[in-house]
Design a protein around this ligand. Structure first.
Ligand code: ADP
Length: 595
């Protein structure tokens, strides 16, 4: 059917689309999941790395934090601030600061008075000596005056070397501020150590300007746009000295966690996407940044996607297989049910057909018989009429004894006719196969012979009949009688032209059954017909005389009664053998069959 094929194709296309759709979806979803996981892992890793850097910076700065505060307690320092013109004291302090700077490992150690003038410095003897320079404009100086301490990252005005300046105010016994002591740390060494580390490390100050980096090209770039005002203040403080500040443009692509995201960066090496991790350093007011190239992530995502695709396909095919199996089972079950229904229907149809046949055959036999019966009944009727006439004469002459005798004969004739008609009535009834009855075979044969009596006498047929009185079978008297009438009729037909006409009806017991044989002297059945005689509509008789149903119906009846019917030939003619299950004989054996 084209519609069905169309629907089938439609379904196949749907399933394929579904599988492919699911495949894409699962791959996409796995990719997303993998991305999230991988990024999170990366973020944790980068966070750990940044912690290490932060630790290093912290240790470095912490070592020097207390240095200026401790030195501020030195009485020579206070003396010099109170007497700035004491050349001897100044000389001594220069030496002292030089020694202490060396011992502490800091870059420069120096003392500034309230005007910002440098009075003494550890580098007093070098070309870059701070002595005499004024640093009053530096925020670390101003912060120390205002709040006792200051810290500030800047590029050295004198040296041009960037450094971290830690300052502390110097006070006299009365608590008055006399000046400021400063220690400068150059973080260049630390920065140099980081050069070989993977990824790009940036350290930005509060203004988001990169003050340190393991990639020199990235230094002194500002991550945020700088307002004119800020630029101005930077120039005033000479914070980055002569360094030009360039912007570092970037735009966010995807946020991964609080301090990590993917950003597209227009860096010194060109445009590139980085995985960008931040770690704030609140004490210094700095922020550490780690920028990594996100390559390996793609490989992880691919393997996640492949795994998801594999799982999805396995699942899809498993589902398909299960669905197919269920369908096959359903179809099988349906066709089995259909078959069962069909068989039941056919059986019922056959049963009704057979019942119909039985009835039709019976009616046909009845038709045949009624002609013979009319003839048979006519005879006693004529006899009766004559008897009655002679009775009247006898009555007139007063011979009552002779009348009584005559009446008995009349009674006999009437009884015979009654038997004939009553039997005919039961025979014509359409009898559904009821419960098996107990039937005496001799009675059944007797009835059948009586019905065929006229023909037997007309055709001068000799009957040999040997049936034991105790031959009780389980069956149905009327239907058995129909079988016998069929067999006897056939036998009479066969012997119609025979010189010898002899019917032998014999019965013997055999293994729980009774076997009744009806043999004739009609010459038997042609060998090639022996297999066919039980087939419906098989007949060798001229049209109008035989329907070919008698034996088929008889065969069916015996099978229904739990017996069988067989045929063979003997020297004289055909022999039909009926086998019927034996029934227990009733205790009062003088009764006739139950029927
Ligand atoms: P019908 O008698 O209407 O032909 P039956 O089924 O009773 O149908 O018989 C079928 C055929 O079997 C008969 O036509 C006949 O050829 C054959 N047949 C039956 N009984 C005998 C018999 N006793 N002797 C010879 N042939 C017989």
């Amino acid at each position: 059917m084209p519609a069905l094929a169309h629907r089938h194709r439609h379904r196949v296309v749907m399933i394929v689309v579904l599988i492919l759709g699911g495949l894409l979806l699962s791959m996409y979803w796995a990719g997303r999941l993998a991305e999230q996981r991988v990024w999170l892992e990366r973020s944790q890793e980068a966070g750990g790395q940044l912690e290490l850097y932060a630790q290093a910076i912290h240790t470095q700065v912490e070592r020097f934090r207390s240095v200026p505060a401790l030195l501020a307690l030195d009485s020579d320092i206070r003396d010099l601030l109170e007497n700035p013109d004491d050349a001897q004291l100044r000389h001594r302090l220069n030496h002292r600061l030089e020694q202490q700077n060396q011992a502490a490992g800091s870059s420069v150690l120096y003392l500034i008075d309230l005007n910002g003038e440098t009075l003494a410095a550890s580098n007093w003897s070098e070309w870059s000596s701070f002595v005499g320079s004024n640093y009053g404009f530096r925020p670390y100086f101003q912060d120390a005056l205002a709040q006792d301490t200051g810290r500030y990252f800047a590029v050295g005005v004198t040296t041009g070397i960037p450094g971290y300046f830690l300052s502390s105010s110097v006070k006299n016994a009365a608590g008055q501020t006399l000046g400021v002591l400063v220690v400068k740390l150059e973080l260049e060494d630390m920065q140099r150590e980081w050069i070989n580390q993977p990824g790009i490390l940036l350290i930005t100050d509060a203004l988001d300007i990169v003050i340190l980096s393991n990639r020199p090209a990235w230094r002194f770039r500002h991550l945020q746009p700088l307002s004119e005002e800020v630029r101005h203040s930077l120039v005033a403080a000479r914070r980055y000295a002569e360094q030009t500040l360039q912007p570092l443009h970037s735009k966010p692509l995807q946020r991964v966690a609080e301090n990590s995201e993917r950003r597209q960066v227009d860096g010194p090496d060109g445009r590139q996407t980085y995985f960008w991790q931040r770690l704030p350093l609140p004490e210094e007011n700095w922020t550490l940044h780690l920028l990594q190239e996100p390559q390996q992530v793609a490989a992880s995502i691919r393997s996640y996607r492949l795994a998801a695709a594999g799982v999805w396909m396995t699942l899809a095919f498993l589902l398909l297989y299960l669905a197919q199996r269920r369908k096959t089972r359903r179809v099988e079950q349906r066709s089995r049910n259909q078959l069962e229904r069909l068989v039941e229907e056919r059986t019922r149809e056959l049963q009704t057909a057979q019942d119909g046949l039985v009835h039709a055959a019976r009616m046909a036999a009845l038709g045949q018989m009624s002609a013979a019966l009319a003839h048979e009944i006519n005879q006693p009727l004529t006899a009766l009429r004559m008897q009655l006439a002679s009775q009247r004469l006898l009555l007139d002459s007063g011979r009552s004894e002779a009348v009584r005798e005559g009446l008995a004969q009349v009674e006999g004739l009437i009884e015979r006719m009654a038997a004939l008609t009553s039997h005919l009535k039961t025979f014509a009834r359409k009898n559904p196969a009821g419960l098996p009855q107990r039937v005496r075979l001799d009675d059944v044969v007797e009835q059948a012979l009586q019905l065929l009596g006229p023909r037997i006498r007309n055709e001068n047929v000799a009957i040999v009949r040997q049936i034991p009185g105790e031959a009780w079978v389980s069956g149905d008297a009327i239907r058995l009688e129909q079988v016998l009438i069929n067999l006897l009729n056939n036998a009479l037909d066969a012997m119609h032209d025979s010189p010898v006409r002899e019917l032998r009806i014999l019965c013997r017991e055999e293994a729980g059954t009774w076997r009744l044989s009806v043999a004739d002297s009609g010459g038997g059945i042609a060998r090639e017909h022996l297999d066919q005689v039980f087939e419906p509509f098989f007949t060798t008789k001229p049209v109008g005389q035989g329907l070919g149903l008698g034996l088929a119906v008889s065969y069916g009846i015996l099978r229904d009664l739990g017996g069988s019917l067989a045929v063979r030939n003997d020297a004289q003619g055909a022999v039909f053998e009926l086998t019927l299950p034996a029934a227990e004989k009733p205790r009062t054996d003088n009764s006739r069959s139950d029927a």
